[in-house]
Design a protein around this ligand. Structure first.
Ligand code: PRT
Ligand code: ZN
Length: 284
């Protein structure tokens, strides 16, 4: 029995998905000449597809699970369930208009032409705002649609926003915040559910560790309390005596972003020889 996962064959989500599987101890041969590749050391096989086809493939059971952008999943409205947000591939689906437009709010969109590759999400969004507009479906280069007179506004994926800027557009509404999601067929057998649960356990361990650091520092014993006061939310930090009398080593786990915030205060409190190490897995 193998759990079949659909993964984007190339494109923005392929690398992060394969990296996540690797971190979870699931090895897949990197040669993508074949569509279906068996994983090593885990009862899984990987089906490489275009992202557009992943939601349906999972919904109809040709694949058991899949990794796809939430934007793509929502657009296809496929009958599968989201089991986990994976955090990578973050972007948003937004409405943008030429930057010299005096945009007043969604009512500005009434009766306008909007170009997009996401007509499903856009029409649901406009309906929720009580706006009627003329949706013009195009599959590529949506960002040039206003410049060539094809539309008054566009509805497209925005990440850094630089594509909008270089096309003289400004983002005026965000309809969907997206990231990559792990989706599953709704009728998995008990055995396949069990494999999925094992996979989820491993993914959780990888994701919990991803922005955490293991931090070690030395300090004179009289500084320990001041250092512990700086460390946030630690229930029971490890404090160990060093060979040198009246010196201790303090070990803790911190969010990387938090670490940068408190590093100065740790040093002021007397911490020395601070070491920051990556954490590979964390089982909570
Ligand atoms: O070949 P296949 O059909 O599988 O791939 P694809 O070309 O349809 O998709 P791909 O690989 O481009 O993107 C896959 C998924 O990545 C998308 O469905 C999103 O969920 C996610 N993602 C994250 C993005 C972006 N960021 C992104 N920036 N997808 C596309 N873009 C494009 C966007 O279309 C726009 O042209 O980047 C441009 C905007 O980027 P900024 O940074 O200039 O704002
Ligand atoms: Zn696609």
């Amino acid at each position: 029995m193998k759990l079949r996962i659909a993964v984007q064959s190339k494109g923005r989500l392929n690398e992060d998905t394969m990296e996540l599987l690797k971190e979870a101890g699931i090895k897949v041969s990197s040669s993508r000449r074949t569509l279906l590749v068996a994983a090593r050391k885990f009862p899984m096989e990987v089906l490489f597809l275009r992202d557009d086809d992943i939601p349906e493939t999972v919904a109809d059971g040709v694949a058991d699970i899949g990794v796809v952008g939430l934007n793509e999943f929502e657009e296809r409205a496929a009958d599968a369930e989201i089991v986990k947000h994976l955090g990578f591939g973050a972007c948003r689906l937004s409405i943008a208009v030429p930057k010299d437009v005096d945009y007043t709010g969604t009512e500005w969109l009434q009766g306008r032409r909007i170009a997009t590759s996401y007509p499903g999400i856009l029409s649901r969004y406009l309906e929720s705002k009580g706006v009627q507009a003329d949706i013009h479906v195009i599959t590529g280069s949506v960002e040039i649609a206003t410049g060539i007179g094809l539309a008054d506004a566009i509805f497209d994926i925005v990440s850094s926003g630089s594509t909008l800027v270089s096309n003289n557009l400004k983002e005026v509404e965000v309809a969907l915040e997206s990231d990559a999601v792990l989706i599953a067929n709704k009728n998995l057998s008990t055995e396949k559910r069990e494999i999925l649960d094992k996979l989820l356990f491993r993914i959780d361990a990888v994701m919990s560790a991803s922005d955490k650091k293991y931090v070690l520092m030395n300090a004179p014993r009289e500084c320990v309390q001041a250092i512990l006061d700086v460390l946030p939310g630690i229930k029971s930090p490890t404090v160990m005596p060093l060979a040198q009398e009246d010196w201790c080593s303090i070990h803790t786990v911190l969010d990387e972003s938090c670490f940068w915030d408190i590093i100065g205060r740790l040093k002021d409190a007397g911490a020395q020889g601070i070491l920051v190490l990556p954490i590979e897995k964390m089982i909570l």
